[in-house]
Design a protein around this ligand. Structure first.
Ligand code: MG
Length: 218
C-alpha cells in the first residue's frame, strides 16, 4: 500500500485512486492536435505507479517515446459524492507536484484503435509524486507557477491560472462520477511543452510554494 504525507503534520494518507484529467490547458491541446473536450477527459493511474522524490522512472521496453507532463496534484482529505463547486476547496487536504509519465507512442496506437490507454499511463514508476503541503499554506492554487526541466533545460513553464476547468469544477465533475474518498489524488492536467525523456535524463519539476521533484530516468 502506498502512503502520502502532509508536510509539517503527522497526517499520512493511504493512497486510493489517482484520477487524472487530460486536455485541461489550451496550448497543450494544440500541441498534440487534440480537440477541446466537451466532457472532462478522465483516466486513472494505479497507486502502484507512484514513486517519490529522488527515485527513478523506468521506461517499459514496449515503448520508444515516453513523455513528461508536470501537473498540480490534489490530495483529497474528505470524501463525497456530487461535491458542489462551492464546497470543493473544503475537501482538499493538500497540494503536491506530480509528473504524469505517458508512453505517447503506445497511447496514440491505442487511441487509434479505440482501446483503453492504461498501459501507456499506469505502468510502474509512471507517477512521480512529491510530499503534499497542507492546503491552508497555499494562498491561491489557481495561480501557481509550474515548471519542468530536463537536464537543466526548461521544457514546461506555465501557471495553473491557464487551466480550462478550474480546481472546484474538476472536483465537482469527478465526484459526480466517482465517489471521492480520503487519500484519493487528482492530477489536474498539464500545460504545453510536453516532450520525450530517455534513459540517463534527469527531470526537475517544481511548483512554486508547493514543492520540487527530482527524478531520474532509466
Ligand atoms: Mg497528463
Amino acid at each position: 500500500m502506498h502512503t502520502v504525507t502532509l508536510s509539517g503534520t503527522d497526517q499520512h494518507f493511504p493512497v486510493g485512486k489517482i484520477v487524472c484529467l487530460g486536455r485541461n490547458y489550451h496550448d497543450h491541446i494544440r500541441e498534440l492536435g487534440n480537440e477541446l473536450p466537451e466532457r472532462a477527459v478522465l483516466f486513472m493511474k494505479p497507486a502502484s505507479s507512484i514513486i517519490g522524490n529522488g527515485e527513478t522512472v523506468v521506461i517499459p521496453g514496449y515503448s520508444h517515446d515516453c513523455h513528461h507532463e508536470v501537473e498540480l496534484a490534489l490530495l483529497i482529505g474528505r470524501g463525497g459524492k456530487h461535491i458542489a463547486e462551492a464546497a470543493a476547496r473544503d475537501v482538499i487536504a493538500g497540494y503536491g507536484v506530480a509528473i504524469d509519465l505517458t508512453l505517447r507512442d503506445i497511447q496514440q496506437e491505442l487511441k487509434q484503435k479505440g482501446l483503453p490507454w492504461d498501459i501507456a499511463k499506469g505502468f510502474d514508476t509512471a507517477c512521480p509524486l512529491s510530499d503534499f503541503v497542507p492546503a491552508a499554506t497555499v494562498a491561491d492554487a489557481q495561480n501557481l507557477q509550474l515548471t519542468l526541466s530536463v537536464n537543466g533545460i526548461v521544457r514546461q513553464d506555465a501557471t495553473t491560472a491557464l487551466m480550462i476547468r478550474s480546481i472546484p469544477r474538476i472536483i465537482a465533475e469527478i465526484s459526480a462520477i466517482f465517489t471521492l474518498e480520503p487519500g484519493d489524488i487528482i492530477l489536474t492536467g498539464t500545460p504545453a511543452g510536453v516532450g520525450p525523456v530517455v534513459s540517463g535524463d534527469r527531470m526537475t519539476a517544481t511548483i512554486a510554494g508547493v514543492g520540487t521533484l527530482d527524478i531520474g530516468v532509466r
